[in-house]
Each structure stands twice: as structure tokens, then as C-alpha cells.
Design a protein around this ligand. Sequence first.
Ligand SMILES: Cc1ncc(COP(=O)(O)O)c(C=O)c1O
Length: 395
Amino acid sequence: MTDQELIDKLKVGGIVSIRDYLLEQQAKGLKIARTESGDPSFSIPNNVKIAMNKALLENKTHYTAGAGIKELREAIFQRTTNYNNLNLNSYNDIIITNGAMNALFGVFHSIVDNKGYKILVPTPTWTETAINVTEVGGTPVYYKFNPFSDTPIDINELEELVNADSGIKAIVVNSPHNPTGKVLSLNNLKELIAFSQKHDLYLISDEAYEHVIFDGIQHISPASLSDYDKIITIFSFSKSYVMSGLRLGCACTTNKNILKKLSKIVRCTINGVSSVTQWGGVSAVLETPKEYFDTNLAEYTVRRNAIYNGALHCKHLVPVKPEGTFYLWCKIKESWRPEITINRSWHMTLEYLKLGIGSAPGEVFGPGGTDQIRFSFSCSTEDVKLAADLLKELK
Ligand SMILES: Cc1ncc(COP(=O)(O)O)c(C=O)c1O
């Protein structure tokens, strides 16, 4: 098979094909750094394991209220009030979902409302964000997210997009940002809120990586800066508490219209999240010791530094120093294989596969990912260090 044929084959299933290929190589006994996808290598907090076992033993295995058990909604209400500084009225402003992905789907569904509305989505973006907008009958309208700038979102560009299209009803913002690792500044967030208010748009804030943030940078929720009632904040338990396989997240808003529609959508699709997982979630929020976050963050910082320094030593890459998330985003220099003019990020991914390093080609993250590439450092520190050492070997 030629490289081009392999790339075309890989493109079909995106990151999944890369993972399959890596698993195959691993099975053959080759040492492979699993830096292609983002699932934290750590374990869930012990208190969560105990709480879930207890829930099982106490037969808390029946249907729950569609919007989630009151205990979990109340725990999240406390946390979002005291830690995130959101101004929610009560636990009724929180809907429990099957992960942040399910929250995004439900919120997009509530907004698009069978009217085919459009939603502003950053590019590059976590791929599933755009897919979910399409899935509910909406259309993603991409706006540029520039990780090489201290103001990644250009409000003038947003103004132009909205003025050109009256069908735009919402904007998605994601900070810390997957795939670039960039964290939005207070000023950029304030500008975004003012822009959303001016055009009466829903502001959907995906804060899945709120706890994976480096160098003492503070995570800021847009909803902590304004009482604008069209802000919807989405949290995930997958990264904060490493509960990725347990599937837990939530959407928080004071907007009655969204709350009403979202609870109906959750009720009629997933019919509530696993009861046992929800009891684990109560413990995650109320009982996880601070050391849990500190230990994980210290390890992520070691990995972040290793892979960032590795990329700095590769003459073909210009890396963005990750401020949050567990992703390293790099620009592919024009000087690398100039004879390749299309699918450059796929070609580089393939070259790195041959070296034993997993990566995700920038193109899978939308048009803004062309000529860029992402490495994940959520896998073991050993794998991250292996990748960091090998990055410079690229010819
Ligand atoms: C930006 C972003 N939002 C949401 C999610 C999904 O989180 P969950 O596992 O809670 O569905 C991810 C997962 O990688 C993500 O990167």
C-alpha cells in the first residue's frame, strides 16, 4: 500500500483508525507511544469507588429523576456557586447528562429546535462539537481560534459572521481549548459575553477541562462574569475525576427555555444517567480531596514540559505551550517536505506512526487545523517521554 492509499484509508475513520493501527503495532511487540487520543491514564478517586459500591449494595439501582438525583444536582450547585462563582438560583438550574457530549447534544437540540439554526463553532475544534450541531439539524459556522495569539478569538470576525447571517443563534466557546491547549483570557471572555448579548445569542461554554490547567492560571467561567441569562455552562466528570467511562456531565443555566427543553430531551433519549454513576458523582464533587487534583496536575505538568520541550527540538514543528488540557498543538513548518501540498497533517501523522508515535492530524479538527498536528499527553508518563524523545527524529 502506498502512503497516499494508507492516508485515504486512515481518513475514513479519523483518530479511530490511527488507534487501531497503533494497537496492531503494539500487538506485534513494537514500542508505541499512545499520544493520539485523550483519555486520562489515572484512576478515579477512591471515594468515588466506595460511593459506587455502596450505592450498589444499597440497591440504588432504580430509575432516577430524568434531570438527575437531587443530591448530585445540589452538590454541583454548591460547587458551581462556591468554586466556579456561577450565579445559579438553585439545583433546578442543573441538568445531569451522560457526559459533556450528551449535554452539548441536548443544548444544541434545544436551540436548533427543528428550525435549522446555525451555531458558531471554533476551528480548530473538538470534532464532536461540530458533528453534534449537524446531528440535530443545525449548521456549524466556523470562526477562527488562533492559539498563536493572546486573543485567540477575534470579535471583529464574529461580528462579520453574524452580520452576514441572521440564522446564527448561538456561539460555542471552549476554554481550556481542545485541541490547542489555549486558555482564554479574562478580556477575551468579557468581549465574547458583550458580543453574545449584543446579538442575543446563546453562549455555550464547554468547560470539560476546567481542572487541567497549568502554571497557576485560573479557570474562568463566563457565567461567573455576567448574569446574562443565555449563558449555558457545560461540565464533564471525564477529565476532572477521570470518570470518562462512567459517563457523567451536566449543563447549568438560569435560562428557563433551555432547562425545559433540555430536561425533555434527556428524559426522552437517555432517560437519566446510571444511578450508580450519579452516586459516584455526589462523592466526586463533595469528597474528592484536594491532593487528588494536585497529584494529577503535577504529573500532567511533567508530561506537558517533556512533550513541549521535545517538540521544540523538532525542526519541523512550531509548538504552542499548553496552558490547559492535555494536548500539545503544533504548526507544521512549510519547510517540512514542501513537495507535499495537500493532506500535510495526515502525511506527518503517518510519518510519526512509523516512528512509533501516535498523533492526530490537524485536519480532523476542522478547516482551522490544516497544516497542524496534535499530540496528547493523557497517556502514561513513560509513553509521553518516549514520544518527546522521538519527536525530533522526523526527517
Ligand atoms: C472539548 C471537549 N468537550 C467535551 C468532551 C466530552 O466529554 P465527556 O466525556 O464528558 O462526554 C471532550 C472529550 O474529549 C472534549 O474534548
